[in-house]
Design a protein around this ligand. Structure first.
Ligand SMILES: Nc1nc2c(c(=O)[nH]1)N[C@H]1C(S)=C(S)[C@@H](COP(=O)(O)OP(=O)(O)OC[C@H]3O[C@@H](n4cnc5c(=O)[nH]c(N)nc54)[C@H](O)[C@@H]3O)O[C@H]1N2
Ligand SMILES: Nc1nc2c(c(=O)[nH]1)N[C@H]1C(S)=C(S)[C@@H](COP(=O)(O)OP(=O)(O)OC[C@H]3O[C@@H](n4cnc5c(=O)[nH]c(N)nc54)[C@H](O)[C@@H]3O)O[C@H]1N2
Ligand code: SF4
Ligand SMILES: [Mo]
Length: 762
């Protein structure tokens, strides 16, 4: 791996005639985004942010920005922003009785309470809660393991349904980090690089990257590929904007993706549209896979997925191996994970790429390399006894093998029951989990977390979660207010490595990294009697970036580099395996179509399909009363999960939570566009506004997630209206795949009705 810089980069800072400084930087969070690192120009006058523009000198994004980055100024100077540390008496939880305190007092309080809890109950009584891949995640594992010295770091989404299933198959089948669309972001020449070929097809399943820019992929790259001739195949129950530009759309019944992918494999192997050379040299278990997929015919999948059989055959033929002339690239989204069958969907997708000769070739799917940076938080100094206390490792060993976290569903059960032991302290690092985001059945999380003896939170704004649960809240700096680094797919994929350059200071806010170093020093000195290795952000970043043969100073000055992870066919050159040998980092050294890893974790080594766990086939008892399948959480430009609801220009773009419903279904139910509707099932109900649209299947509705109402009363029990549109109240807990990953966030049965006028609350 190496960073490459443009030969003559634009200067980091220029000063305009009126004294305004223009500072080049790369965005991350807060406010929310994944690690995309789009190029930004901050206009700062006398320490105040005047405006934000896209940076035309950023080699990848070239000035293009989403509305969320353009609205940064509204977030920075929002009157509701938390600017100072605050505390509240635990007996006043839920009440707006916050008292401003100094950083010193906050630090004393946090260190003394943590040590009191550690002494009484052991380190394992502390749990850090993190959300999705915002900047906090880069430092949060280090915070929990090294600074707070607890094995418990929880990502609360039921079934680890974001990346859990995808990461399982990538690790087990390839031994690799994240696999990605080949958009050639790791080359300074990007699409003019002669080594690169544009994919002939992009097979996009359950992902809409223009809106989501997920996991660090700059979604707009797809448009560049399409301009150069790449054709798109979309598998999605919603005909989203990208689908309207696609070559083929498979409008699937939610949660049946494994059946479709198995049928595509069936066509590929039976019509012999595969790369035998690659299979013979690099794959393990092909014959068994061939046998397994026989039962999954296109006709079977057609009936299961609600797609015509000949559409499936046509699709498979587009993905065929044709002697290596043409290639296709894979985009797989979170809809893969938010499905108890998700570990098998990914298994199929990787098999499809591998057997058609599209793994790690130009225009194919790029294989990621292992992380070079400290992110996962080394626990080597922890005793095995303490490490193994990590909640849920005994029930679902996959979390131990794959991720340095607790198991989310088991964590809730531990909080509720006190078994295997009591959790007593929560550090809410980057999640607003009472809003309909991370948690399934968030009222249960609310009640369980109310039992904590002490709770710390970091936030930009008062959220329902902080208002209900926290005793201390620490003010968080936006990405314009701190230094840091940001890399595509957190550095394990080709793409950019950008400097986050501080442009201004607001209140007493600190960044995640500043807080890590602050509390690192405080705990080491006062509690452990040791010296924390870093005194300043600069020292930390110098150490981090130094691994890439550059310095923090150089990256900061030049603002953006490309991250070269070693090009294509890395398995041939020993760049995937830890021992430097050719092959993949698996037991057999090959791409495991028959997975020894799945088998060792108690699952079937070959992919299989089961119908949605809450769908009509499995739960006919529910189907009659709850006939519609509800998919949730398709992303919007104007929000990142629960964030941005208080930002005026963004709220104007998406003022309400919308429930997408087909015109015929709406007519049958007497629902008109703009009506307030109630979405209901045995687990709960939520109110949203009907958006009557032909883009959804007639048997499907699409609900928005992440809603709360910052403009409303924040105190208990209202909590900014967090229970009004809380679609996650309808998602039951612990409905998981065999290994413990994948939950039905995108396929719950519901009924929908027009809310009676007297019960309207929106
Ligand atoms: N129904 C439904 N629910 C879903 C989904 C769905 O599709 N449908 N998607 C799920 C997925 S994939 C995910 S990953 C989860 C995400 O869930 P979360 O990541 O928990 O999202 P939020 O609840 O918005 O909480 C994030 C909080 O962190 C703060 N924050 C933002 N940036 C930073 C930062 O850089 N540092 C720190 N310290 N804090 C920051 C924000 O202000 C916000 O309050 O939601 C899941 N929930
Ligand atoms: N603006 C914005 N960007 C975000 C986020 C955000 O909240 N806002 N969240 C971030 C996070 S944490 C994540 S994980 C990513 C997720 O980003 P993506 O992976 O792009 O996922 P989604 O937008 O949830 O859903 C993508 C598509 O899946 C479809 N879909 C729904 N159910 C199914 C199904 O059963 N099968 C198939 N094949 N498709 C289905 C939806 O209709 C939608 O069009 O986005 C990240 N980026
Ligand atoms: S993807 Fe959009 S919101 Fe995210 S950093 Fe880039 S411009 Fe900003
Ligand atoms: Mo996610």
């Amino acid at each position: 791996m190496a960073f490459h810089f443009k030969e003559h980069p634009a200067p980091k800072k220029t000063v305009l005639e009126d004294g305004t400084e223009v500072i080049r930087t790369c965005a991350w969070s807060p406010p929310g985004c994944h690690a995309v690192g789009c190029g930004i120009r901050l206009f700062v006058k006398d320490g105040e942010l005047v405006k934000v523009e896209g940076d035309p000198d950023h080699q990848l994004t070239q000035g293009r920005l989403c509305p969320r980055c353009l609205a940064l100024k509204e977030a920075v100077y929002h009157p509701d922003r938390i600017l100072y540390p605050m505390k509240r008496d635990p007996k006043d939880r839920g009440l707006d009785k916050w008292e401003r305190i100094s950083w010193d007092e906050a630090t004393d309080l946090i260190v003394s309470k943590t040590e009191e809890i550690r002494a009484k109950y052991g380190s394992e009584a502390i749990c850090v809660y993190m959300g999705t891949g915002r900047e906090a995640v880069r430092y949060g594992f280090t915070l929990s393991s090294k600074v707070l010295r607890t094995p418990n770091n929880c990502y609360a989404q039921s079934g680890w349904s974001c990346m859990g299933p995808r990461q399982t198959a990538m690790t087990m089948m390839l031994g690799s980090a994240y696999i990605e669309l080949d958009f050639n972001g790791g080359s300074l020449q990007t699409w003019d690089d002669p080594e690169w070929k544009r994919p002939d097809y992009v097979f996009c399943l359950g992902k809409e990257p223009l809106k989501s820019n997920p996991d660090g992929l700059w979604g707009h790259a797809l448009i560049e590929l399409m301009k150069r001739g790449s054709k798109l195949i979309m598998v999605d129950p919603r005909l989203n904007w990208l689908a309207t530009r696609a070559d083929q759309v498979l409008q699937i019944i939610p949660g049946t993706d494994a059946a479709l992918c198995l049928a595509i494999l069936n066509v590929l192997v039976n019509e012999d549209l595969v790369d035998h050379d690659f299979i013979d040299k690099w794959c393990y278990g092909y014959d068994e896979l061939v046998e397994r997929v026989q039962q999954y015919t296109p006709e079977f999948a057609a009936a299961t997925c609600g797609i015509e059989a000949d559409e499936i055959v046509t699709c498979a033929r587009k993905l065929a191996y044709d002697g290596g002339e043409h290639h296709w690239s894979l985009l797989m989204g979170v809809a893969v994970d938010q499905n108890p069958n998700g570990c098998q969907v990914t298994q199929c997708l990787i098999a499809m790429s591998a057997i058609t000769g599209n793994l790690d070739v130009p225009g194919g799917t790029v294989v990621g390399v292992q992380m070079q940076f400290e992110m996962t938080g080394a626990t080597d100094f922890m005793s095995d006894e303490l490490k193994n206390k990590c909640i849920g490792w005994d029930v679902y060993p996959i979390v131990k093998v794959l991720l340095n976290t607790t198991h989310p569903d088991i964590t809730l059960e531990a909080l509720e029951t006190g078994r295997p032991y009591e959790l007593k302290m929560a550090w809410l690092d980057s999640t607003n989990l009472l809003s309909p985001t991370c948690s399934a059945q968030p009222k249960r999380w609310h009640d369980a977390l109310m039992k904590m003896e002490f709770t710390v939170a970091k936030e930009m704004f008062m959220t329902p979660t902080v208002m209900a649960l926290a005793d201390v809240v620490l003010p968080l700096a936006t990405w314009a207010e701190h230094d840091g680094i940001v890399m595509t797919n957190q550095g394990c994929q080709m793409g950019i490595a950008g400097a986050i350059n501080k442009g201004l200071q607001v209140g007493e806010c600190k960044s995640d990294l500043e807080m890590l170093i602050h509390f690192g020093n405080a705990f080491y000195e006062r509690a452990y009697g040791e010296e924390y290795p870093f005194k300043t952000v600069e020292e930390y970043l110098t150490d981090d970036v130094g691994k890439m043969d550059t310095t923090w100073e150089e990256l900061s000055e030049k603002v953006v580099a490309t991250n070269d992870i070693g090009g294509y066919r890395k398995h041939e050159r020993g760049l995937i395996r830890a021992d430097g040998q050719p092959g993949f980092q698996t037991t057999t050294g090959r791409v495991e179509l028959w997975s020894t890893g799945y088998q060792s974790l108690g699952d079937d080594p070959l992919p299989y399909y089961f119908p949605p766990k809450l769908g009509a086939e499995t739960r006919p008892d529910l189907a009659k009363e709850y006939p519609l399948m509800c998919t949730t959480g398709a992303r919007y430009f104007a929000s990142f999960h629960s964030e941005h609801r208080q930002i005026p220009s963004l709220r104007q773009l998406t003022p309400d939570p919308y429930l997408e419903i087909h015109p015929e279904t709406a007519a049958e139910l007497g629902i008109k566009d703009g009506d307030e509707v109630t979405i209901e099932n045995p687990w709960g109900s939520a109110h949203e506004i009907a958006k009557v649209t032909p883009i959804v299947r007639k048997d499907v509705v699409g609900a928005a997630h992440g809603w709360w109402y910052p403009e409303e009363d924040g105190e208990e029990p209202h909590l900014y209206g967090v229970w009004k549109s809380n679609v996650n109240s309808l998602i039951p807990h612990r409905v998981l795949g065999k290994m413990g990953f994948g939950a039905p966030y995108k396929q719950v049965p519901v009924k929908v009705y027009k809310t009676p006028v007297e019960e309207c609350i929106l």
